[in-house]
Design a binder for this molecule. Sequence first.
Ligand code: AMP
Length: 187
Amino acid sequence: MILVLLGPPGSGKGTQSQTIVDKLSVIQISTGEILRNAVKEGTELGKTAKEYIDAGNLVPDEVMIGIIQERIVQEDCANGFILDGFPRTIEQAEALDQLLKKNGRELSHVIYLDVPEKELIVRLLKRSEIEGRADDNLNTIKNRLDQFKKKTLGLINYYKEKNKLVYIDGTGEQSDVTARLTRVLEA
Ligand code: AMP
């Protein structure tokens, strides 16, 4: 199974991925995590990515596509994976399609986690207190939501046209969202 979890920042992509990986015997690929680790380790990638992340801007497509290209051919991806935070632009989505095709694979599902903007801001500010992520401050949050609307929201139509998109209500208890998600995946 190859799953894309789409949704604005704070919609629960990471939390839900972590909850369902074991059940599905797949792994989670979070591009945000990969970048944050690179920043922590001070690698070349981390040095490039830090400025973008801190400002709430998207890291350039060619960098992100390179990361995914290397990651999805690793052995632990053989059984399937959940993409959490990728793709975020049409260019990334097209590159993903090509990479999967080259490897004889295809997307099983694209799920959009739907959460109203007001709730996203509340969630992200709360997360900043718990996790202390540098990009969870009000200014950066607003820019991340803006970037989402400008660059990522177009993916809804991209995947709708391919008959891949399923909407899920991302509000309410985490366990309820997981139940909705599981129902779609088991259908
Ligand atoms: P996330 O943890 O998914 O919210 O990502 C945190 C930050 O990492 C984003 O605000 C971007 O700066 C960067 N990032 C993560 N994934 C991508 C992607 N697919 N394309 C561009 N930038 C990304």
